[in-house]
Design a protein around this ligand. Sequence first.
Ligand code: IPE
Ligand code: IPE
Ligand code: MG
Length: 258
Amino acid sequence: MEVDFISKFMDTKLTVMTNNPPLDHLAIIMDGNGRWAQKHGQPRVAGHQRGVETVVRVVDECVLQGIRFLSLFAFSSENWGRPRDEVDALMSLLLQFLASQRQRMLDDGVRLRVIGDLSRLSVPVQSALVDVEKETATGRNLTLILALSYGGRDEIMRAAKKIAQSALDGDLDINKLDNKTFSGFLDTGDIPEPDLLIRTSGEIRLSNFLLWQSAYAEFYFTDVLWPDFDAADLRIALEDYRKRKRRFGLTDDQLEDV
Ligand code: IPE
Ligand code: IPE
Ligand code: MG
């Protein structure tokens, strides 16, 4: 009985080791700033401030872990509906983040990319983003993708409009439109799909993040509020992911043949 158990356990361990799925792209829904602030008797903006510190920690850890793409959901298309003061505070924090992290990104080989409907952002915010994107364009270690004024449905809708226009212009044969071509029209065009998607703060939903791209992502939900999330929490999530078996609709036997 005991031997059976051990051998079974060993098998499992072996499978776990052989699985060890690669992690190129980590996506995070950074949630819980407001609740963190409330818990500490502070205004919501204090939670967002602490949230920015977490971003810096997580970016560092991703560089250390050799992760190539990190997507952070920073401001959703629906977040425009929040009180004006909060939206303004978030935009100032973004500008401060760009100014304070610019040099660090250059030193660490971090390349900034922004996705979302940027036309809704103020001109100073747009130009600060474009500047840092240009400056860091040669960063080779980590691509940091900030989703700002971003909604998955909005992104898919904008892609559909671009596709229709391209067909009308005679540049695209609609009969040749497939998943790959469609993906190319999304804001994430040249970015691989997320392998792991983490959401903090105990909410178990996507809230309109990377809807198309997450079709086969692994999900990890934690109760930790974003301002409290640290490198150790991230490592626990990565460890959990490494034990998973991704089948992509196939059978185990088929996967073993690959
Ligand atoms: C996430 O924290 C940050 C943004 C959405 C900008 P929240 O502000 O949503 O925090 P909670 O969910 O109210 O705690
Ligand atoms: C999702 O969080 C958006 C970001 C993390 C930027 P929300 O706090 O806006 O999501 P809901 O409203 O709880 O679904
Ligand atoms: Mg929230």
